[in-house]
Design a protein around this ligand. Sequence first.
Ligand code: NAD
Length: 360
Amino acid sequence: MDSKIRIGIIGSGGIAAAHARAYKEMPDVEIVAVADIIPGKADEFIQKLGLDQAAGFDDHNALLQLELDGVSVCTPNVAHHRTSIDALRAGKHVLVEKPLAVTLEQGVEMVQTAKQTGKMLTVGFQPRYDPNMKTVKDIVQTQLGDVYYIQTGGGRRRGMPQGTFINKELAGAGALADIGCYSLDLALNALDYPKPLTVSAFASNHFGTNPKYHPQADAFQVEDFGVALVRLEGDRVLNFKISWAMHMDSLGPTLFLGKDAGLKLTPAGKGPWSGVWDGGIGTIGLFHDINGQHVDTSIPVQSHSLNIFYEKVRDFVVAIKEDRPAPIPAEQILINQAIIDGILRSADLGREVDVNVPNV
Ligand SMILES: NC(=O)c1ccc[n+]([C@@H]2O[C@H](COP(=O)([O-])OP(=O)(O)OC[C@H]3O[C@@H](n4cnc5c(N)ncnc54)[C@H](O)[C@@H]3O)[C@@H](O)[C@H]2O)c1
């Protein structure tokens, strides 16, 4: 493909600017149009980011009538479903921001539409582009033997977002969907996404609903803490916990226990917003026995100068150019979504629930 890849951006808020900046760095890409549901906002965005050649729309369907190769969906979670499906049906490849959707049903429909249209649906999980994530996956798959227990998640001590993120109808879930999806991806991707079978979970929002801790406490409708025991196929169990706020510095490291060895990871971030898996890996420790001796090895963490956000957007473009499958397939992320959906149902009912990931 010699001509430039033609891109549209749907939603022109905070993360859309990161997408636009990434595309602007690519000489083989042209941002053709931007759409935002708030009249005039797309035009302001175009001006602010210097996208002089782009057209602004206040309806994503008008943008989709243009000849485009791909679109970035950067709306609040609630609109991922409608805009992605419309884009796929209009024959565009889609990079949708995380989380995939608000409900499992919506996610299923999105994946089905990608299959029906033959267009790519990939999800914006940039931590996968950290080279240390590849090291982790490699160790999990080659050195641990059968993995039977995984502990993941992480906690911000104080890291409460506002606005659309705390509105149940717009966001779907709180800390689980916002930051939990990254740690789930870290653990599940390392194991090639085993299917979940059941979930027993607890969720709370003691911080979000307390004016002492949140300026929009009256409007706070989602969970700020969640914990779950997830049974996975293959006789494995995942212990998952996440928080936007708590009276604690950490919810512990990520652990993989295998029959031959164990792996311990700590996140790189520091400070009250740290402790989650969107800020890179701090330490990697491999624990095993060699001839009856405990051998604990610290695996060097690679320092790198990659801009992982750029890498994710670039991979989308290259996948379009090379006619490759989705770099982070929505089918995998559907499993992530099914777990979050199961956690919310289980927490609501106060008992264990089955998790069925539909075959699409
Ligand atoms: N990958 C990451 O690191 C990362 C970081 C932050 C946010 N996100 C995700 O990005 C998404 C957007 O987050 P944000 O912080 O940019 O939100 P935002 O509220 O700043 O921006 C969203 C924009 O979408 C517009 N919009 C809403 N419905 C629309 C529709 N139907 N059509 C067109 N435009 C519409 C809004 O008017 C707004 O301008 C969320 O899903 C969030 O989870 C990802």
